[in-house]
Design a protein around this ligand. Structure first.
Ligand code: PLP
Length: 470
């Protein structure tokens, strides 16, 4: 018996069921593999609006927009029609060697018009990870073009999430994404995370904490040598790191330091972009002045994979100036500018405008944040945080001073599972329960979400007591 079949014997799924076949054939991303072999999968079968159904007909309110991505909601038939029509007309073309296609050009034009900074050019990819990989290569290429080949290091942050490929996984500042993968690669550094509740020192005020973050960053730059540091990358609000909202004025203060040392700001809007934080882009909510920007997820509301890097014209000019010497700009993917993905993304953005979705999301965001305040003071809740339609409720042994549960207690996982039982999809990052519903959610659905979460938190509290964890 192989190790795998030893695990597989613990569940009761027939080998020819979808669950049983899943257990024989798939390697699941971001999944505890041994646990999965024992518990088996949840099979999603259909979805519409903000609801998703499993293969037993059970319906769940999708409180996480899939993986923070199904912004416009499920089952938009018009996007399916656009994909069909584009496939029939031109199912594939490329952007290599000067080829182009109408949907990619129109989408690039649209993105430049929407961008909250002076974006000159758009480079297309397929995922947030490849967008951030591209960001690193662009900044390296740019600094080589400017004749400063030593200016290459990238500063990211602890708890940041920027993807999983070799380079973007290095930017990610979460230990499980490095351990046993031999990451991070050299030249990627991680400065302090801006979460006051968990990182603030005893007796430290939020203003003092912010000063410490600024000093940490400046100290790191000075120690490394400012001439070696090319860029700083950040999500406006950290997502996978536990929905971390930085202190007031954090980004302007950080940017003063970056500007002093001529360090670019890569704004990772893969989650925050397109209405998530109550404004079109997180940069506007958090007062960031991006040099470049990564977008994905809500760009197509996850109807098809697509990502983009937006960059200023001066970077493009530096690249173009090197053509004589280097020949091709030798970067790009087979599916950069895939016409079907681009057509769907473009229509998705137009639909968002027609629906006035960003303003709707801003209004619903205020309602969500206000409803979540009911958890402040709950004996199991340490902090409620968020902006717009992204939030987290952090479960703790003791709120003040913060005393977390041991990771091995699995309190957050229990709560997320209780939500699931109740027909609500939320996700725990450690003991922080993340909330990130499709932007189309309405007030009644927010009430449903919050009341199911309240039940799950109470259930978790009972369980915590029974387990003797308090
Ligand atoms: C902020 C951020 N950047 C990048 C990524 C990576 O995107 P992908 O999973 O599409 O590679 C994610 C994914 O969750 C993300 O949240």
């Amino acid at each position: 018996m192989t190790e795998l079949s030893k695990f597989a014997t613990h569940n009761e799924y027939p080998n020819d069921s979808i669950e049983g076949m899943d257990l024989q054939h798939l390697l699941h991303p971001s999944t505890n593999l041994a646990q999965h072999q024992q518990q088996g999968p949840v099979v999603h079968e259909s979805a519409s609006g903000v609801y998703i159904r499993d293969n037993h007909g059970k319906q769940y309110l999708e409180g996480m927009a899939g993986l923070w991505c199904t912004a416009i909601g499920y089952g938009q038939e018009e996007l399916a029609k656009v994909a069909y029509e584009q496939m029939v007309k031109l199912n594939y073309s490329q952007l290599f060697a000067g080829r182009t296609n109408e949907p990619s050009v129109l989408l690039a034009e649209k993105l430049k018009a929407m961008a909250p900074f002076d974006a000159g050019r758009v480079f297309f990819g397929l995922s947030g990870s490849d967008a951030n990989d591209t960001q690193i290569k662009l900044i390296w290429y740019y600094n080589n073009a400017l004749g400063r080949p030593e200016k290459k290091k990238i500063i990211s942050r602890k708890r940041g999430y920027h993807g999983v490929t070799v380079a973007s996984g290095s930017l990610t500042g979460l230990p499980p994404f490095h351990a046993a993968f031999d990451l991070p690669i050299p030249g990627v550094l991680h400065t302090s995370s801006p979460h006051f509740y968990s990182e603030g020192l005893p007796g430290e005020s939020e203003a003092e904490f912010l000063q410490r973050l600024v000093d940490d960053l400046e100290g790191m730059i000075e120690q490394e040598g400012p001439e070696t540091v090319a860029a700083f990358i950040a999500e406006p609000i950290m997502g996978a790191g536990g929905v971390v909202v930085p202190p007031e004025n954090y980004f302007p203060r950080i940017q003063q330091v970056l500007d002093k040392y001529d360090i670019a700001f890569i704004d990772d809007e893969v989650i925050c972009g397109f209405g998530r934080t109550g404004q079109p882009f997180g940069a506007q909510t958090l007062d960031i002045k991006p040099t470049t920007m990564s977008i994905a997820k809500a760009l197509s509301s996850a109807y098809l994979p697509i990502s983009a890097v937006l960059m200023p014209e001066f970077m493009y000019e530096a690249f173009a100036d090197r053509s004589g010497e280097l020949g091709n700009f030798a970067h790009g993917f087979t599916y950069s500018g895939h016409p079907v993905c681009a057509a769907v993304a473009l229509r998705n953005l137009e639909l968002m405008e027609e629906m006035d979705l960003f303003n709707h999301a801003a209004r619903m965001g205020e309602i969500l944040q206000q409803r979540l305040q009911q958890f402040v003071g709950h004996p199991l809740v340490g902090e409620v945080r968020g902006k717009g339609l992204i939030a987290a409720v952090e479960l703790v042994r003791q709120a003040e001073p913060r005393e977390p549960f041991a990771a091995s207690d699995g309190v957050g996982a229990f709560c997320a599972n209780a939500c699931h039982q109740a027909g609500l999809v939320l996700r725990n990052m450690g003991d922080s329960i993340a909330i990130c519903p499709p932007l189309i959610i309405n007030e009644n659905q927010i009430d449903e979400l919050v009341s199911k979460l309240a039940g799950a938190i109470d259930q978790t509290q009972d369980w915590v007591h029974k387990q003797g964890l308090l």
